[in-house]
Design a protein around this ligand. Structure first.
Ligand code: PLP
Length: 387
């Protein structure tokens, strides 16, 4: 095996490499065009104009209107704002929220915060592929349900949820619907009209944009309480001087990903196919988690009985290969991830799970190199059935 690159990054669901085009577009706003977009003097002009242009372009990428796009500091803030903003905006003393058991902690911990404040939350279970049941959802709806929040795609197992059908249930009862689309935006087509959502969260660093910037789509007519109080930025709804370089980088990265979405998806799907083929040919049994027919391109959650996912991660790290065990935010914890528990993976399989997430910057032979290192690890520890 000729392995002349020092490292392979296969953890694109945790974060992704900044698109060089995004970096280039950001630089003037970190240098000479440093002005505050709210300033009335000439230094405010260029940042103000790029802010308006970026809002327009982000809106176009997801089929929204510019007034429906609110820039935030990322996915966590967008999710917090959506849920706390809807909960606080309800004036009829309603207190019920519905979400799923496999949401990111940015949703789950927001819900638990709201529970401490007296709200009640129903966590809908998922099946073995990570889908919620429409019947369960409809049964969970109460007269005092304030909102429903179901993620578009899972960060851990890649499953893409049928949001259009789910949101139609929520629309039938006139309940605002939010989706955490952090893993989906920039990777699969996202059209807010087709999805039928009222609020949608996105984060730039997941689609080759910079970290610390994202957006929340809020459909016109949705009543949402402010999350950040202060100045009149973002139409008076989200205070704080705008992160202009971040917003510019996010916009360029998103447009570039969508411009090349077909070629990127094809490439990433081929990488995924190759990896799965190599692993399945060598190890038995091996389990690929999530819905293999409706999954994010490049997101491979693989469970190998007999191994420790964490030990394998460290072994691969020593070989210069970056993957993840569960979700990156859980990487400090040895507890089995709530997502793997929710899809009812056995403890042995859950312990032996790693997540590989390929992206547009991976090379053709990356899947083979990663698979070979995994296979050699499995042979070394001598606890895995090899074919
Ligand atoms: N939602 C999902 C599904 C995610 O995967 C993540 C990040 O891992 C977040 C929310 C949080 O996004 P951010 O890192 O921009 O705060």
């Amino acid at each position: 095996m000729s392995f002349n690159r020092k490292t392979i990054y296969a953890d694109n669901a945790a974060t992704s490499k900044l698109d060089p085009l995004a970096l280039e577009a950001m630089l003037p706003f970190l240098r000479e065009d440093f002005g505050n977009p709210s300033s009335l003097h000439s230094f405010g002009r260029s940042p103000r104009s790029i802010l308006n242009e970026s809002r327009q372009q982000i809106a176009e990428c997801i089929g929204a209107s510019p007034e429906e796009i609110f820039f935030t500091s990322g996915g966590t803030e967008s999710n917090n704002w959506a849920l706390k903003g809807l909960a606080k905006a309800n004036t009829n003393n309603k207190k019920h929220i519905i979400t799923s058991a496999i949401e990111h902690h940015a949703v789950l911990n927001t819900c638990s915060h709201l529970e401490h404040q007296g709200f009640e939350v129903t966590y809908i279970p998922v099946d073995s592929k990570g889908h919620i049941s429409k019947v369960d959802l409809e049964n969970a709806i109460r007269q005092d349900t304030i909102c429903i929040s179901i993620m578009l795609a899972s960060n851990e197992i890649g499953t893409i949820e049928d949001i259009a059908t789910i949101s139609s249930i929520s629309n039938k009862y006139n309940i605002p619907f939010h989706t955490d689309a952090v893993q989906a935006v920039g990777h699969i087509p996202v059209d807010i009209k087709k999805l039928g959502v009222d609020l949608l969260s996105a984060s730039a660093h997941k689609f080759n944009g910079p970290k610390g910037v994202g957006f929340l789509f809020v459909r016109k007519g949705t009543t949402l309480f402010n999350f950040m109080d202060g100045g009149y930025q973002e139409n008076g709804c989200r205070a704080g001087t705008e992160n202009i370089p971040g917003i510019v980088g996010m916009t360029v990265a998103l447009r570039n990903n969508y411009k090349n979405i077909q070629a990127n998806t094809e490439k990433i799907n081929n990488l995924t196919f190759l990896f799965k083929k190599y692993i399945s040919q060598a190890i038995t049994p091996v389990k690929f988690n999530g819905d293999q027919c409706s999954s994010l391109p490049g997101n491979v959650s693989v469970s190998i009985p007999g191994i420790s996912g964490e030990s394998l991660l460290h072994y691969l790290d020593l070989k210069g290969i970056a993957v993840s065990t569960g979700s990156a935010c859980n990487s400090q914890s040895v507890e089995i991830s709530h997502v793997l528990k929710a899809i009812k993976l056995s403890e042995t399989l859950a312990n032996g799970t790693i997540r590989i997430s390929f992206g547009k910057n991976n090379f053709e032979n990356d899947p083979i190199i990663i698979a070979e290192e995994i296979i050699s690890y499995c042979k070394k520890i001598n606890k895995v059935n090899m074919k």
